[in-house]
Design a protein around this ligand. Structure first.
Ligand code: PGA
Length: 255
């Protein structure tokens, strides 16, 4: 699948699951099943699993990502990990601004913006999450909320750096709930995100930016969602922890 010359990206977000031993087992299981994938495959693991994940994936077509990074290069920030540290160990991607970080760990649009800049400066690609709550959707302010999140996330990010950013549209009400957005609901918002990016930059950039959908995507519902024109892949939580489900999504995206 190739939409307007955009390559699909399927990224697993393991969240706080799997220890290093489980990581090796699962990645070893995934590697042969996705070896012919035409889409880009990224697996975002907990910090403690990065080293073994990078080692396992070394000679495969899987890229390894982290789930957060701090914006400073180093310093007195107990418990934090910098983007520089991640890139120095061979990490390629980092998820930024996931709704769980926004809700449980006080992540704001401002810190999301700082983390994106740090990631880019360290040579990482950022998977930037945006999404509305159920209340926002019921109040009819989805576009407004998404527009603010995108504008703040991309604040003073240079045009030439947008290729290092993937946007993941993840409606909060669909994450881990089994309540997946309908394909057209998801596409409508992804299309809207493109229009916001077009206003901030230009049409060429907005047509080239990769926009994923995330929120209860699995091997059953991925077909409908990934067929949509403005959706270039998925950020997959629960289903990325099972090799059969994850690989089915990857292989469908490679058609
Ligand atoms: P889910 O998570 O697929 O389990 O809904 C997606 C995400 O949070 O990135």
């Amino acid at each position: 699948m190739n939409k307007n010359n955009r390559r699909l990206v399927i990224a697993g977000n393991w969240k706080m699951n799997k220890n290093p031993k489980n990581t090796k087992d699962l990645i070893d299981e995934i590697i042969p099943k996705v070896k012919d994938a035409k889409c880009l495959v990224v697996i975002c693991v907990p910090f403690v699993d990065l080293e073994i994940a990078i080692d396992c994936a070394r000679n495969s077509n899987i890229k390894i990502g982290a789930q957060n990074c701090h914006w400073e290069k180093s310093g007195a920030f107990t418990g934090e990990i910098s983007a520089d540290m991640l890139s120095s160990m061979g990490v390629n991607y980092v998820i930024i601004g996931h709704s769980e970080r926004r809700i449980y760990f006080g992540e704001t649009d401002d810190t999301v913006n700082k983390r994106i800049k740090a990631a880019i400066n360290s040579g990482l690609n950022a998977i930037v999450c945006v999404g509305e709550s159920l209340k926002d959707r019921k109040n009819g302010i989805t576009n407004e909320v998404i527009s603010i999140q995108i504008k703040n996330a991309l604040n003073s990010i240079l045009k030439e750096d947008i290729s290092k950013i993937i946007i993941a549209y993840e409606p909060i009400w669909a994450i881990g709930t089994g309540k997946v957005a309908t394909a057209s609901e998801a596409n409508e918002v992804c299309k809207f995100i493109r229009s916001v990016i077009s206003n901030l930059y230009d049409d060429e950039i907005s047509n080239s930016v990769i926009i994923q959908y995330g929120g209860s995507m699995n091997a059953k519902n991925c077909y409908e969602i990934l067929k949509e024109l403005d959706i270039d892949g998925g950020l997959i939580g629960g289903a990325s922890l099972k090799s059969t489900d994850f690989c089915e999504i990857v292989n469908f995206s490679s058609k």
